[in-house]
Write a protein that binds this ligand. Structure first.
Ligand code: NOJ
Length: 556
């Protein structure tokens, strides 16, 4: 008996020591911005990749699809880099079966895609015409994903509003969008909800509001400075809440799914962490970014700091009311708590410092915040101009979400990096590094107690990068846009991501350190294939005397 007790005691002490040393092991990563943490993700963690309808489907006028604001915008000269359009893009509409094979090969657990509203409701309105061919496309896609054990995570609005609704009502400037969007969502629940269990109402509404209605860089291209973005966001938040309630009342008990939203946010770090003004400016940066949408959904109203700043500036302009619209008490309680999970898109970080913008000199969303954004020139920026790789910002953002919104369930819905247009090298070392470091920060955040259930790499394929056209490639797979068949070629990061997925994280140093080398070994053969295909198509084109017709932007 004594001996047994003694053994038990020894085990207990040993277990305790192991626990303490494991947590100490982790604790040292807390203050270290660059430390790497070896370990694995919780069992059942979901790994995926993402896309969106306008960026990948092509088939812009096929099988009865209506026009979206992006079709109209991209067809206007001077809006998109090199006047490219998403008319055919990756031809995903025709090639989705091949794409599912790629997903299967990576052993993805989920695929995030969006439904094009005008593909199934060409005029935007449910009571006018339902395009059954469009419904069939999504039916087939969902069914085939499920047959391959890939969970669909479906976004209802990834920016492609039916053009008719823009022309007739002014799009998201008009409160009538709330009901039209609700009808569209309801139709999706009715037709697909027996199989889809994860719904995202809006993707990155910040971008819809600011780039669509404030700066005009995105469709519908309106420049309503200082008011347009706030109004659009107000209607989007109401539309989200309405759709959540529709699901809750009519579908949840039968379909047992979840309805969330996907917010994209950069992290904002104070330039001087000992300076209170910088600390507050960085807080404002995040509140004007993510808090603008998350605070109403989790707490019932806009962040206090937005109400204060926009209210004060509107007063200084001599306006009778704030440019930030107001929710009524009934609306506040209707909106509060309408998020079953938070989708989080994250790509980069900024340093933030206080900067005063006197009112009356071109007030806008940007000047309302009274801050300046800075970057460290040492940060790697392999692709898009705005995208610096700053992995530690990801962990901070995730912890911010945990503390601000009472630790909600999170799915990372977008994270990834692009490369510049001239690059046709499939051995994308910088992307492997980006994924490695960002996913590691995600792992640390989970160890911090952040409730993250899944990660979605952005994006499965190179695709139409909005106003940048095809000049910025985010894909795990390279797409040869010059070839009519739009063939896909794996970049090295496919192999790398596959290793992360099959190990469910980063098992140990020795193994992880071999991954890049192995990935590069396999990608050099894909490089040769691509080069040969390009030589061949160049030969064919020259033969046909068509060389001049080639898009010049994709030259090696
Ligand atoms: C977020 C958007 O949701 C997505 O469509 C876009 O491609 C990425 N950012 C990269 O810019």
């Amino acid at each position: 008996m004594m001996l047994q007790q003694c053994i038990l005691r020894t085990y207990y002490v040993l277990a305790l020591v192991l626990c303490i040393s494991a947590s100490e092991d982790f604790a040292w990563t807390k203050n270290e911005k660059t430390s790497f943490f070896y370990g694995t993700f919780p069992t059942g963690f979901s790994w995926g990749a993402g896309s969106s309808a306008y960026q990948t489907e092509g088939a812009w006028n096929t099988d009865g699809k209506g026009m979206s604001i992006w079709d109209a915008f991209a067809h206007k000269k001077g809006k998109i880099f090199l006047n490219d359009t998403g008319d055919s893009s990756c031809e995903g509409y025709f090639k989705f079966k091949d794409d599912i094979t790629l997903m299967k090969d990576m052993k993805l657990n989920h695929y995030r895609f969006s439904i094009s509203w005008p593909r199934i409701l060409p005029s935007g309105l449910k009571n006018e015409h339902i395009n059954e061919k469009g419904i069939k496309y999504y039916d087939d896609l969902i069914n085939m994903l499920l047959e391959n054990k890939i969970t669909p995570i479906v976004t209802l609005y990834h920016w492609d509003l039916p053009q008719v609704l823009q022309e007739k009502y002014g799009g998201w400037q008009n409160v009538s969008m709330v009901n039209h969007f609700n009808d569209f969502a309801n139709l999706c629940f009715e037709r697909f909800g027996n199989r889809v269990k994860y719904w995202i109402t809006f993707n990155n509404p910040w971008s819809v509001a600011v780039e669509g209605y404030e700066t005009g860089e995105h469709a519908p291209g309106l420049k309503l400075k200082g008011t347009g973005a706030y109004k659009a966001a107000h209607h989007i938040i109401k539309a989200h809440a309405k759709v959540w309630h529709t699901y809750d009342m009519q579908w949840r008990s039968k379909q047992k799914g979840l309805v969330g939203i996907s917010l994209t946010a950069d992290w904002g770090e104070p330039v001087d962490i000992t300076n209170q003004r910088d600390i507050e400016a960085a807080e404002r940066y995040i509140q004007f970014y993510m808090g603008w949408f998350a605070t109403p959904l989790f707490n019932g109203d806009y962040p206090q700091v937005m109400k204060d700043y926009i209210g004060r500036k509107s007063g200084q302009q001599g306006l009778g009311a704030s440019r930030l619209p107001v929710f009524s008490p009934q609306e506040k309680s209707y909106i509060k708590g309408t998020c079953d999970f938070l989708g989080l898109g994250h790509f980069t970080t900024r340093y933030i410092t206080q900067k005063n913008y006197p009112s009356g000199l071109g007030d806008s969303y940007f000047t309302d915040r009274d801050l300046a954004e800075l970057v460290d020139p040492q940060w790697p920026d392999p692709g898009s101009e705005w995208l610096y790789s700053v992995p530690w910002g990801f962990r901070r953002l995730l912890n911010f979400v945990k503390t601000q919104y009472a630790n909600p369930m999170i799915y990372v819905t977008e994270n990834g990096v692009s490369e510049k247009m001239l690059c046709t090298d499939l051995c994308d070392d910088w992307r492997m590094q980006y994924f490695k470091d960002y996913i590691n920060e995600l792992l640390k955040a989970i160890k911090d107690g952040v409730n993250v259930k899944g990660y979605t790499a952005w994006s499965l394929l190179d695709n139409f990068e909005w106003d940048e056209g095809y000049s910025e490639r985010f894909g795990l797979y390279y797409v040869d846009f010059r070839n009519k068949n739009k063939p896909r070629y794996p970049k090295a990061s496919v192999q790398y991501y596959k290793r992360i997925i099959s190990s469910n994280g980063f098992p140990n140093q020795r193994e992880v350190e071999s991954w890049k080398r192995k990935a590069v070994e396999t990608c050099s053969s894909s490089n040769q294939l691509l080069a040969a295909a390009r030589r061949k198509s160049q030969g064919d084109q020259e033969h046909a005397g068509m060389q001049k017709a080639w898009p010049v932007h994709d030259e090696v």
